[in-house]
Design a protein around this ligand. Structure first.
Ligand code: SF4
Length: 492
């Protein structure tokens, strides 16, 4: 039996034809989906289920992707009945095959609804729907409209999820029509790619992450040359000029080549192999700190389906914090933390704990503080009875990323980045996330979401809770140690 071009394969081809070829001929190269990818699939399924509840009495075509021919038969039968809607309807046309999330009967024609867990229509969704429209029309279905259902970010949960309020719907019929003209040609090209014995030579580039992270990236990627011109932060104007004169390494940039101040410092740090430190600027930053210092960091969940009353889709809901308090310069720090034991809304107990631990005076130090400040504003909005205590925290925030983002402390091994992920291993090599089970915020968020939406059992949570505490503690300890290095850099 020939290999079909399904909707997901068509989308893979739109992103990159090498991706399509590899997914057919070398699927083993992308490995099993990790927990994060699995969670994205699960969320998609959950969103799909809620979307179906918007349409009453529809018929679900139950057969899965391993039973496509039966699914096509069941779709035909259900379409001939009087069912008002079809869910997961399946059709094929020549070598093309697809399923539609929802077909809604409108007299003798159908409206096609595609459900996405994003909050707005994206270009790739139009390709996705255009492919479906093409397949269904070729299979004999008369379609009237193409609609995209997406999560409405202004929805606020109160009690059970209300599917009719959770979704926004856009009529994308016109945009899709423009694309359907080319589907036949493009689809034929992709079918040829599927049949080809050889893979197209395509270099990794922006297509590897846009519109989706390609699962073959580990296979395709090339190790970047260290100190390459692509490390210049915000270098989109200067990089092409360097490319034009054949320069690929920052070590080779001529001394008289026009660069902005930050780029000059980066090149100097690379050429001299010494950090470039603006002591006056660092002193000025350190002068803004008022003791006691509260090194503070939140971890958050941003779920497509709001988990708690009063929260919105994709709202960053804080569920954990770590706090190191240093009363005087050079004092040992005291450590405090919050992470709920049960899977109830963590926000009120978290606020209570913050208010208990953070005194009325002193700077609150965060790395990329706008994130923490925004969460505090949202907590004050959602729990107005705490707002008079929470909002005064905001002007007390000091952002430890500033000396690095401003180029006041530049090290060649930051590779043009100011993020803690790059700064910490260089300035404080003894501290590392490498040995931790949870090594970055995205994973912390994912595990917490599994717990709060009831997909993690108590035993797993006990272990995960310990891992989360270790991870978040390291975030604030890292700030304590980075600050020490800044003081040392000015001789204190
Ligand atoms: S990693 Fe990039 S180049 Fe490789 S298949 Fe994926 S999109 Fe194409």
């Amino acid at each position: 039996m020939p290999t079909f071009l399904s909707k997901s394969r068509y989308i893979a081809g739109v992103q990159c034809r090498k991706h399509l070829w590899l997914s057919i001929h070398k699927p083993e190269l992308c490995g099993e989906p990790d927990k994060k990818t699995q969670q994205v699939f699960d969320i998609g399924h959950m969103v799909g289920k809620y979307a179906r509840q918007v349409f009453d009495n529809g018929t679900l075509i139950e057969e899965d992707h391993l039973h496509t021919l039966q699914a096509i038969q069941s779709t035909k039968k259900a379409a001939e009945s009087s069912t008002p809607a079809l869910f997961e309807a399946a059709v094929s046309y020549n070598r093309l095959m697809c399923r539609a999330d929802i077909l809604f009967r409108a007299g003798k024609v159908w409206d096609l609804y595609e459900v996405k867990s994003t909050t707005q229509v994206k270009d790739i969704h139009l390709h996705d729907v255009a492919f479906q429209i093409f397949c269904f029309e070729k299979a004999g279905y008369r379609l009237r409209k193409a609609m995209l259902m997406h999560v409405d970010s202004s929805y606020v949960r109160h009690g059970d999820i209300e599917p009719k309020k959770l979704f926004g719907t856009d009529d994308i019929s016109k945009d899709v029509k423009l694309l359907t003209k080319d589907i036949e040609k493009t689809a034929q090209q992709f079918v040829n790619d599927i049949d080809s014995k050889t893979c197209l030579e395509i270099e990794p580039g922006s297509q590897c992450t846009d519109p989706y992270e390609c699962p073959f990236y580990e296979y395709c990627k090339k190790e970047p040359e260290p100190y390459s011109i692509y490390e210049l932060s915000r270098g989109n104007k200067v990089i092409p000029k360097l490319e034009n004169i054949g320069i690929t390494s920052l070590k080779d940039v001529p001394d008289d080549f026009p660069l902005n101040e930050k780029h000059k410092k980066q090149v100097t740090a690379i050429k001299t192999k010494k950090p470039v430190i603006d002591t006056a600027a660092i002193k000025a930053f350190l002068k803004t700190l008022e003791y006691p210092l509260y090194f503070f960091d939140y971890e958050t969940i941003a779920s497509a389906i709001p988990l708690f009353d009063g929260s919105r889709p994709y709202q960053n809901v804080p569920f954990q914090f770590s706090l190191h308090i240093q009363k005087k310069p050079n004092d040992e720090c005291e450590h405090y933390e919050f992470l709920g034991e049960n899977n109830q809304d963590p926000r009120e107990p978290l606020i209570e704990q913050m208010l208990k631990l953070i005194g009325k005076k002193g700077s609150i130090v965060a790395f990329n503080a706008t994130f923490e400040i925004q969460r505090i504003k949202e907590l004050a909005r959602d729990f107005p009875h705490y707002s008079k205590d929470l909002l005064p925290f905001i002007p007390r925030f000091r952002d430890l990323i500033i000396p690095f983002r401003n180029g006041d402390y530049v090290h060649r091994d930051f590779h043009g980045s100011a993020s803690l992920k790059f700064v910490l291993p260089v300035l404080v090599p003894k501290l590392s996330y490498k040995d931790l089970e949870i090594q970055e915020g995205g994973t912390a968020s994912l595990f917490a979401e599994l717990w709060y939406c009831g997909k993690m059992n108590e035993t797993e949570w006990k272990k995960t809770r310990k891992d989360l505490l270790k991870y978040c503690k390291l975030d604030t300890l890292a700030m304590v140690e980075v600050l020490k290095v800044l003081y040392l850099s000015i001789g204190k």
